[in-house]
Write a protein that binds this ligand. Structure first.
Ligand code: NAD
Length: 440
């Protein structure tokens, strides 16, 4: 355990990395520009609703194996520094590497010869080489170690990854893989460009799969089929696999939208366009707009209201970034529809605004954010459509008789295929499930 771990950025990836390595027995120093995150870690909390994460951080805090600061000087003793800062999307679709650049400038004064900088953030091909060139003259080694964890499962995925991917300087790779050895997960050593491309390939392939199933669901409705039966048949085929075969309102989140566009951007820049991926991105935008249109089509009166159940981009996370549910809410609200919403992670209008601030709330052309309901039964009496947009378990077991008692004329649109159709219909409510022809 002679290595001392440094972590730059304490978000989903950085907090899990810091907590995970502390759990494995390493001494960990974290730097984040967000003082609230740093204060949280210093009190044993991550500030994220990730199962098990606070337990690990609290234990590390009690054992004094974790420290944090807004000052990069906290990394002085670190021998292996993991860069876990955002790589958001630029307006032209390419990855914005400004956070990486700032993080490197911050840590550079504290690096010593033979230290290792590990790029865990998702970065385009060529980034690792550029960073290696930048830090090489100081005798610092650079390794790419892209992260594959899922929000909602960050600790589980950090401690039991499907694989650990490393690429870069061979001597430094040995030191980085040694950190993970006790996890007994497969370690895949590749060249740097392959490590960088593989991360984009995985996210893009999953997005492609989802877009395919979303379009298949629309087709199933038209040709008299049931998407659940179709995907069940597909899932029996080992070559296809059973994951990522559920249709929905479109994929979103902090990774798929930016990573698909960044890969398209890389491919275009070297004149090897990825047409399949461009089509998936296109289909995804169309899917979210299709759901918004399906909802709008069922509003029969000018005052009719809509309630969206779920606002996060998927269940199990509080992340609202690039959430299709929010897109649907804003699209409807721009059309003048009164939109209400419930989400287990959002307790008030203020907490929604704080997490997803409008660019300029004073601008009258800004769409109105949905009115937040304290519980899914506190429905406005004029609700005509109740749409399940995020697959939270809370919505699988709703008491539909309570819903029907308040809004007997509402129709239910299940975009995630999670409700028990018999229960909804026995409460006297009309139900539409995407991809199921008999409902339409
Ligand atoms: P995040 O937004 O949750 O967290 C990033 C953190 O970095 C924030 O706390 C922010 O304050 C901090 N930060 C920004 N600039 C900084 C700086 N210069 N110095 C110190 N701290 C700084 O981001 P995330 O979701 O953890 O993603 C980080 C990277 O990992 C991205 O490249 C992302 O694509 C990739 N990734 C994310 C996931 C995921 O599920 N979220 C999974 C795999 C890979």
């Amino acid at each position: 355990m002679s290595e001392v771990i440094g972590v730059i950025g304490a978000g989903y990836v950085g907090a899990a990395t810091a907590a995970g390595f502390a759990h494995l027995g390493y001494s960990v120093a974290v730097v984040d520009t967000d003082a609230a995150k740093v204060d949280g870690i210093l009190c044993g909390r991550s500030g994220l609703t990730e199962p098990g994460l606070d337990d690990l951080i609290e234990a590390a805090h009690e054992n004094s194996t974790i420290t944090a600061s807004t000052s990069y000087s906290v990394l002085t003793d670190a021998t292996i520094v993991f860069v876990c800062v955002p790589t958001p999307m630029r307006s032209d679709g390419a990855a914005d590497l400004t956070f990486i650049d700032t993080a490197l400038s911050g840590v550079e004064p504290y690096l010593e010869p033979d230290d290792v900088v590990v790029l865990k953030s998702t970065v385009p091909v060529g980034t690792g080489d550029a960073v290696a060139e930048r830090l090489g003259s100081a005798g610092v080694h650079v390794v790419n170690n892209p992260e594959f964890l899922r929000e909602g499962h960050t600790v589980e995925d950090f401690l039991a990854p499907d694989r650990v991917v490393v690429g870069g300087d061979p001597a430094a790779i040995k030191r980085v893989t040694a950190l993970y050895r006790s996890l007994h997960s497969p370690i895949v050593e590749v060249d740097r460009a392959s490590a960088e491309l593989a991360k984009y390939a995985c996210n893009s392939f999953l997005a492609l799969k989802l877009s395919f199933v979303d379009e298949l669901a629309t087709l199933a409705e038209r040709v008299g089929a049931d998407i659940t039966e179709v995907t069940d048949v597909m899932a029996h085929d080992d070559r296809i696999g059973s994951h990522f075969l559920s249709p929905g309102p479109g994929w979103g989140g902090s990774c798929f939208p930016k990573d698909t566009r960044a890969l398209i951007s890389t491919a275009t820049s070297v004149e090897r366009p990825m047409r399949t991926l461009a089509a998936a991105v296109d289909a995804n935008e169309a899917q979210t707009q299709r759901i918004a249109a399906l909802i709008a089509d069922r509003l029969d009166e000018p005052d009719a209201a809509v309630t969206l159940l779920g606002l996060t981009f998927k269940a199990g996370t509080a992340d609202l970034r690039e959430s299709p549910a929010l897109d649907i809410a804003l699209t409807l609200s721009k059309q003048g529809v009164r939109v209400f919403a419930h989400d287990p992670t959002i307790t008030s209008a203020e907490s929604l605004v704080a997490r997803m601030p409008l660019e300029n709330p004073a601008d009258p052309s800004q769409p109105t954010l949905p009115v937040i309901l304290a519980d899914p039964y506190a429905l406005d009496v004029d609700t005509r459509v109740i749409a399940i947009v995020t697959e939270w378990n809370d919505y699988r077991s709703l008491q539909w008789s309570l819903v029907a008692a308040r809004c007997p004329h509402a129709v239910v649109i299940d975009t995630r295929g999670i409700v028990d159709a018999a229960l909804v219909r026995s409460a006297g409510l009309q139900l539409y499930r995407i991809g199921i022809a008999e409902d339409w």
